[in-house]
Design a protein around this ligand. Structure first.
Ligand code: NAD
Ligand code: ZN
Length: 345
């Protein structure tokens, strides 16, 4: 089968021929129908060789959707041809967090060598992918696979980030979304679907701000050094209750810190390498909570997919063939993807 692999640190991903994997006990083989490209893949491919944590070559892709092609012994509750989305942050499956479906917070996974598909384990950018357990599969129940693929991370991660701030997103509140790419354009829709907050979106180009508006942002702002001042004006000087930063660079964190209200939340989702000073004298208003959430729980993926099935969120996608995946990554790197790039193997 064909697969898109990161093979050598510092080199572009390559389309190669690899054997179709065979499912062992408890495992499920999926025929991949759609796989999303995430900016985190670019972050991983930017890590230096001396700190690179995964074995290479590695098949990329941690946003996978497919149909059940084969099952190992002991798999129950699935049938060949079932259309499913893959929950990616695999945990040990036994601890307290995993029992609650919060496998993204499993403290044992890394020590046990359990890694997410596309982030250590072979991923979804291939004709077939192996899933370690049927518990990682969420039925699509008729949802279009191209729509569904981005929901497994670009939808799930902002859903998790937003739901923890729901008590602050009351009528009259303001939510800021910095970076309206794959995750951000779904964050805007999730905020609109789940909260009465006024949504203000920031990005670098008119095209991205157009997308933000078209998916429901009330206000859009160019992300430059006037942005923090303009947010202060929009909020009558008090700042925003919740700031979600899908970039995480030093410059955007500075905007977040300058825009958040007393008692507000700063939620850093982007891996842009910036850091925020927490503590008296650090620049944040009193009582602010700052957090950096990772992906989301299994039940949250079920909920995001339910929202999409109801038509309350939809992924804006650009589609590519497997052979075009390296070009799609280049376009993502250049900031030229509007919404999410989705590969159809
Ligand atoms: P993306 O490339 O699709 O979107 C990023 C957007 O940010 C683009 O629209 C870009 O124009 C915009 N941007 C860049 N610099 C900006 C600036 N200074 N001000 C405002 N906007 C700016 O990326 P994505 O796939 O949506 O991922 C977003 C970030 O979230 C990445 O850093 C990714 O690694 C990270 N991520 C984190 C998690 C997690 O669990 N915490 C999960 C998935 C992705
Ligand atoms: Zn991701």
């Amino acid at each position: 089968m064909r697969a898109v692999q990161y093979r050598t640190v510092g080199r572009a991903p390559e389309v190669v021929e690899v054997p179709v994997p065979e499912p062992g006990p408890g495992q499920v083989l999926l025929k991949v129908t759609a796989a999303g490209l995430c900016h985190s893949d670019l972050a991983v491919m930017g890590w230096p060789e001396e700190h690179f944590p995964y074995a290479l070559p590695m098949t990329l892709g941690h946003e996978g959707v497919g149909t059940v092609a084969a099952m190992g012994s002991g798999v129950e509750g699935l049938a060949e041809g079932d259309a499913v989305a893959v929950y990616g942050p695999w945990g040990c499956g036994r601890c307290r967090g995993c029992a609650q479906g919060k496998e993204n917070c499993c403290p044992y996974a890394a020590g046990l060598g359990i890694l997410p598909p596309g982030l250590g384990a072979p991923g979804a950018l291939a004709e077939y992918m192996l899933v370690d357990s049927a518990r990682h599969l969420v039925p699509l129940d008729g949802l279009d696979p191209v729509q569904a693929a981005p929901l497994t991370d670009a939808g799930l991660t902002p859903y998790h980030a937003i739901t923890r701030s729901l008590p602050k997103l009351v009528p009259g509140s303001i939510a800021i979304v910095i970076g309206v790419g794959g995750l951000g354009h779904l964050a805007v829709q999730l905020l609109r679907a789940l909260t009465p907050a006024r949504v203000v979106a920031l990005d670098l180009s008119g095209e991205k701000l157009e997308l933000a508006k078209s998916v429901g942002a009330h206000e859009v702002l160019l992300s430059d050094d006037t942005a923090a001042g303009r947010i202060r004006e929009l909020t009558g000087g008090t700042g925003a209750e919740v700031v979600l930063d899908f970039v995480g660079a030093q410059a955007t964190l500075a905007v977040a810190a300058a825009s958040v209200a007393v008692e507000g939340d700063v939620t850093v989702v982007g891996l842009g390498g910036g850091t925020l000073a927490v503590g008296f004298g650090g620049g944040l208003p009193f009582e602010v909570s700052a957090t950096f959430p990772y992906w989301g729980s299994r039940v949250e993926l079920v909920e995001v997919i339910a929202l999409a099935r109801q038509g309350l969120v939809s992924s804006h996608v650009e589609t590519f063939s497997l052979e075009e995946a390296p070009t799609a990554y280049e376009r993502l790197h250049a900031g030229k993807i509007n919404g999410r790039a989705v590969v159809l193997p």
